[in-house]
Design a protein around this ligand. Structure first.
Ligand code: PMV
Length: 337
């Protein structure tokens, strides 16, 4: 156990990740244990920078998000997370949390993944918890499932874990996945930067509870993951893209069949999907994936990224396009004063 950091606090940086094999559904809501394993690529853009200082006097935590006091659900999730860190560290001091997101919050560009990866690292350092990467990934998971993956850079698998309770908690963590030579880029079509209509947490719960298609997707996702790992290790870009696209479309199919239906895909999403099909017909390997929002992330080779970005931009009547590469995992910037 390290000494807690007091002066200056601890600052951590993390980036979002985009899942190529999706996490959709929990089997333990308290511990954030997923129904299925998932696999993602960490991005080199949209950093979250979070500083955690221990307030010696204060009797409540204070949380600022992009310079403004956080409120509602966003604040509540951070407070619950800080309680967990204090419990693990055996400490009582309240914290001052200051977070800056470069990505639009809540737009389906996984700011909760970078957010809780950065918070897990900054808070654990501030409270003097000496966690290895696996333990940090398990801790980040408790803030947002996908955050377990942003602890690492490159391609990352989050294991669904085995058993119940403490066994599941110990066995559900992320770790890096070896990849061959695929030189990937993700062209991100931000068709709508606004907050999402339904939170991923509520949407996945209702899908698991009510969608007659859910179990079929969960079963097929296990096979997708095995095939994805093989395709990544042999550097088979086309196979990686095909598996990612079918896994994402299948996830959205489960939501469409939920009662009531959860539909994140908008007309602009479908326009971009059509453009991606056209790119493939023109001989450019480009594959789409979508999360809990209308934005589309197009997986392509880095060498094709400018052309893909231009094609996607042309197809859009509003919004913006950004190109991301593969980025690093969460890291600590400063410790102490
Ligand atoms: O960790 P959450 O609650 O933000 O859920 C993420 C869910 C998806 O982004 C849709 C899929 C994924 O694996 O990241």
């Amino acid at each position: 156990m390290q000494e807690p950091v007091t002066e200056g606090g601890a600052t951590a940086v993390a980036q979002p990740n985009i899942a190529l094999i999706k996490y959709w559904g929990k089997r333990d809501e308290q511990l954030f244990i997923p129904m299925t394993s998932s696999l993602s690529m960490t991005l080199d853009i949209f950093r979250t920078t979070t500083t955690v200082r221990l307030g010696t006097e204060a009797d409540v935590d204070s949380v600022a998000l992009n310079g403004k006091a956080a409120s509602g659900e966003a604040e509540r999730r951070v407070l619950v997370f800080l309680d967990l860190v204090r419990e693990l560290a055996g400490r009582k001091e309240r914290a001052v949390v200051d977070t800056h997101n470069e990505a639009p919050t809540g737009a389906g560009v996984a700011s909760s993944a970078s957010g809780f990866a950065a918070l897990a690292l900054a808070a654990s350092a501030a409270y003097g918890l000496d966690l290895d990467a696996r333990a940090l990934s398990r801790l980040a998971r408790r803030g947002s499932g996908s955050a377990s993956r942003s602890v690492y850079g490159g391609f990352v698998q989050w294991h669904k874990g085995q058993g119940e309770g403490a066994d599941a908690d110990l066995s559900s963590y992320a770790e890096p996945v070896p990849v061959g030579d695929i030189d990937p880029a993700l062209v991100i079509a931000l068709v709508d930067g606004g907050p999402k209509s339904v939170s991923s947490r509520a949407a996945m719960r209702s899908t698991v509870d009510t969608s007659p298609l859910y179990q079929g997707w969960a079963d097929s996702s296990e096979g997708d993951l095995t095939e994805m790992r093989r395709a990544l290790s042999r550097g088979d870009f086309e196979a990686v893209g095909e598996i990612a696209e079918r896994n994402a479309l299948g996830m959205h199919a489960t939501m469409l069949a939920a009662r009531p239906a959860v539909r994140y895909l908008s007309p602009a999403t479908v326009t971009v999907l059509d453009r991606v099909l056209q790119l493939r017909a023109d001989g450019i390997p480009a594959y789409a994936t979508m999360d809990a929002g209308p934005n589309v992330k197009v997986l392509c080779r880095r060498a094709d990224a400018d052309r893909v970005a231009e094609a996607v931009r042309e197809a859009m009547t509003a919004g913006s396009v950004v190109v991301a590469g593969s980025g690093p995992g969460a890291r600590l910037l400063t410790e102490g004063g």
